[in-house]
Design a protein. Structure first.
Length: 354
């Protein structure tokens, strides 16, 4: 029995093209021609593995500080722009990130926006951020959150420049066309609560009796690095050590135990000197910031040698493993929280998994 050929003839191809051209004028398209690009067998991120050396970015950022003031810039930030997403102001497909600079005596005026933000303090002293009337001083490694639509401002009361990393869910907000922003006529929001108020209430494994929050974000403003670092060290001594992550802690909302913000997750991990993590992959493209130590990472076909304050990215479902030359602490953030709420987050801990 002869099997009919499935290859369309030239006449059939021409007829199909004419049909596609015709329906295109009514803003229609054939799914059968596009389905392979819409429903892929595995993630196909446009973001690529990339590494930024802090020493180089810092020089450019300080140069920017000599060219324009914080007031002129609104926020003096150099964007980490993923080479796979040129011109889109994204470090991953769903996240924005950059380094922000305040020179001595400068203040970043108050504003608010739909996007949620996080900050990791890297360099300097006497810097603060204020969120909805509570001010917190930032020390190296501190993790500070700015929930959606909260008034916030920053300042540098010291004699040296201060630099921190910003991470925002701007691409997620813009995906839904829900971005709003507002400035404030005053440079700073009036202080309404004493410094360390949220830490006193929520950072000691205790909660205020009857305490509730209408926010989807954590009520704790500043997650102190010193406290988290002590926990990592104790866990390292006590074991066990995770083969894929070393010793890792996820920052949590103390009221719910869930992620600190509804769209973004954050974590801190310690990798012992000489330890090499087992290959791992997950669907959340992840931004890493080196808080301590030096080491090496292989992400897909790319390799990075990193040291303190460097930033690097592991795209979705890209095989990764890390090796610490000296004891290292890595901060990371991603859109895992949003993916988990949607039921689409996935990980693979099998080194041979595809």
């Amino acid at each position: 029995m002869t099997v009919p050929s499935r290859t369309p003839s030239t006449e059939q191809m021409n007829a199909r093209k004419a049909f596609y051209d015709q329906i295109g004028k009514q803003h229609l398209a054939p799914l059968w021609e596009r389905v392979s690009g819409l429903v892929t067998r595995s993630p196909q991120p446009l973001a690529v593995p990339v590494h930024w050396k802090y020493s180089l970015v810092r020089g450019h950022l300080l140069h920017a500080g000599s060219l324009l003031s914080a007031e002129e810039a609104e926020r003096r930030v150099l964007i980490f722009e993923n080479p796979g997403l040129p011109g889109q102001s994204r470090i991953t497909g769903s996240l924005f990130s950059g380094l922000q600079l305040l020179m001595p005596g400068e203040k970043a005026h108050a504003h608010r926006h739909t996007a949620s933000a996080l900050r990791v303090f890297l360099e300097g002293s006497s810097a603060y951020t204020a969120v909805d009337g509570e001010r917190t001083k930032m020390s190296r490694g501190d993790f500070v959150i700015t929930p959606c639509w909260t008034w916030h401002d920053h300042g540098n009361d010291g004699a040296d420049p201060v630099i921190w990393l910003d991470g925002l869910d701007v691409p997620i907000v813009n995906l839904f066309d829900t971005s709003f922003a507002e400035g404030n006529e005053t440079s700073q929001i009036p202080i309404a609560r004493p410094e360390h108020d949220s830490e006193a209430r929520y950072s000691g494994a205790l909660l205020p009796d009857g305490g509730r929050s209408d926010s989807l974000s954590s009520p704790l403003l500043n997650y102190r690095y010193s406290r988290a670092r002590d926990s990592l060290a104790q866990m390292q001594r006590n074991g066990p050590v995770d083969p894929c992550h070393g010793v890792k802690l996820r920052y949590a909302n103390p009221l719910t135990g869930g992620s600190v913000m509804p769209t973004m997750s954050a974590a801190l991990q310690l990798i012992a000197a000489g330890f090499r993590t087992a290959p791992y992959r997950s669907t959340d493209s992840t931004v890493f910031v080196v808080i301590e130590g030096k080491g090496h990472s292989k992400v897909g076909d790319s390799s990075f040698d990193w040291t303190e304050n460097d930033v690097f990215v592991t795209p979705s479902w890209t095989l990764q493993h890390h090796r610490a030359e000296s004891e290292a602490v890595l901060f990371s953030f991603s859109d895992r929280a949003a993916q988990e709420k949607l039921g689409i987050w996935r990980e693979r801990r099998d080194a041979s998994a595809s």
